[in-house]
Structures are given as C-alpha cells and as structure tokens.
Design a protein around this ligand. Sequence first.
Ligand code: ADP
Ligand code: MG
Length: 227
Amino acid sequence: MTLLLEDVTLTYPDGEGRLTALDSVSLEVPAGRLTAVVGPSGSGKSSLLAVAATLVTPDRGRVVVAGTETGTLDAAGRAALRRERVGIVFQQPNLLGSLTAAEQLQVMAHLSGARPKAVRERALALLDAVGLADLAGRRPHQLSGGQRQRVNIARALMNEPSVLLVDEPTSALDHERGAEVVALLATLTRERGTATVLVTHDYTHLACVDGTVLVQDGRVTERTPAS
Ligand code: ADP
Ligand code: MG
C-alpha cells in the first residue's frame, strides 16, 4: 500500500484540554488511485493530509508513506521522505510572484543536483501534462485561478512523488473549472501511478475518483466502495 493510515488519532491543545481532530482514522490508498476525502469545514480533512504528509505526528496510529514506517523517522528523515516521495498541493497556490510558471517548477529541483537542462525539460513536460504548454513563460498575475492551480499541481509532481496530497484545489474556482481540475488529477494519478488524496468539500466533482471517504467530527463515517 503506497499510503496507509491506521487508527490515527490526532489531538491539538485546546485551552485546558485537547481537541480531537482525528479519531481512529484509517485510510489506504494504492498506487494509481485517487481517493477523495469529503466532509464539512472543521471535520479534520486538512489534519488528515498533514498527518499523511508527515508534517504533523499523530498521538496514536501508524502512517506508512511509500513503504516507509514514518513513526521510526526523526525530523530529518521525515523531511527527506517528504522531499523525495510526497507532493503537496496546499489550498492557497503559494506561487512566487516574480517567477514564471516554468521557474516555479524548476526551483523544486534546485537542491537535487540534477542538470539544469534536464530540470527545465521536466518542468516543460509537466506544464504540458497539465495543459499549460503555451504559458510556461507567464508569471502568476498573468494566469487565471485555474491555471495557477494547474501550475501548483505540476510543481507538486516535479520530484516524481509516490504520494500526492491535494487540499481543496477547487475552492477558489467556478464549478466547471473545478471539475476540470479534478478530472486532471484523476488522469495524472493514473498516468503517473501516484497514490492521490484529494480533499474537497464539494461533493459534485466526484464522478472520476476511485473512492470516497466521508469525514465528520474527525471520524470516518462512510466509505465508497465500502471496506
Ligand atoms: P478541515 O480541513 O476539515 O476544515 P481541519 O483539519 O483544519 O478541518 O481542523 C479540524 C479541527 O482541528 C478543527 O476544529 C480545527 O479548528 C482544529 N485545528 C486545526 N488545526 C489546528 C491547530 N494547528 N491547532 C489547534 N486546532 C487546530
Ligand atoms: Mg481544511
């Protein structure tokens, strides 16, 4: 299993006590599958992604990313695992204002020691894969919201991650653009074999996902297909 969460419980400090953000959550995502995590605001969706990304360590439970038991890793080991195996698309496309679309991707490979020409070629191929072949030289302010989100997704794929985690990519888009972004994620997942988790509160985009997990109050209350 490329991504596995088993009985994960996560609490945050909350005044005198603790707030339970995730309560015994389990999730399995094989390579090449797109799982949607849906649920109301505050239900724990972003917390689930943060745990899967090893950005947050749960109080209890197992998190396996690309075959690695993350519980045995120190902070440096988790950072290396994230860099090499995990692609993250945050809710806000945090693109750098002064860089072109291609450069946003190229900076991802900055530390990897790859040849600049190969990095540039990979960036252009990924922009092509997300439908932005002609816009590689544009800066963020010259792109629409949907195009920026595509750059964001292409950037997350730069290091060929095994696990792709995407938080509410459609929240700033109209319905049609949102549906296109979800369809693109489904295609990329199958082509590149990533285990992809898509967090959304929009239930209407789910025609092309492989499975859906409903989260309410930090608990998984429904799954399709059932397991
Ligand atoms: P969602 O993404 O579904 O809106 P979150 O995972 O962001 O939900 O939040 C789940 C719960 O945890 C909410 O009650 C939220 O207020 C709380 N929470 C999220 N992040 C933190 C944090 N860093 N510190 C304290 N509480 C948090
Ligand atoms: Mg959230």
